[in-house]
Design a protein around this ligand. Sequence first.
Ligand code: CA
Length: 232
Amino acid sequence: MSARILIVEDEPAVSELITVNLRHAGFSVDAASDAEMAWRMLRQDRPEVVLLDWMLPGMSGFQLIRHMRADQRCREVPVIMLTARVEEVDKIAALDAGADDYVTKPFSPRELVARVRAVLRRRDVQSVDEGVELGGLRLMPQTRKALVGDAAISLGPTEFRLLHFLMTHAERVHSRGQLLDYVWGGRSHIEERTVDVHIRRLRSVLEDHELDGMVQTVRGLGYRFSTGPADA
Ligand code: CA
């Protein structure tokens, strides 16, 4: 994963700390020290996520996000607000202005990386929100309905997200770590065997319809959704 992240932060030490951690996590990073500079950069090359400080000299983070949300090219770019303020009203104001998430300073770099992954994961899921149909199984994320033919099947929210991710990325093998990143939104607090537990639950629901064979274990690698035969 080498999604491009733009950091907008006027404190060099904070900006540097975030940059180092995101690069270490495999992201490509650009930094702007104020909102005017960020605005110019945003209009040249669209990043995949913006980490935006709330308190900036000149144009504030709050104003920048308003500009972004009113702009055709930047409207869809997810924004995580970085704020030193802890009052609930500011968090609400950030989300109301169009932020996708916020992190209160001081934050742990690990947590920030997890939040970035979560925002990317949600964006990936939303981009295929129209639903998916494969091998007689149909998922509709907007209504959270899963159907086998005309019969509704009952999946827990995690099983639903897991199956949706696997089906929208069918025939590809995903490691447990990748599934934690994309389905759970970060692996920082969750053990990899959690994935196995949910895969088991998912299979047991699909088993009633003899469809569990599509959720396949790929030995030593992870899992995949496939309408073809499983590896021997
Ligand atoms: Ca600041």
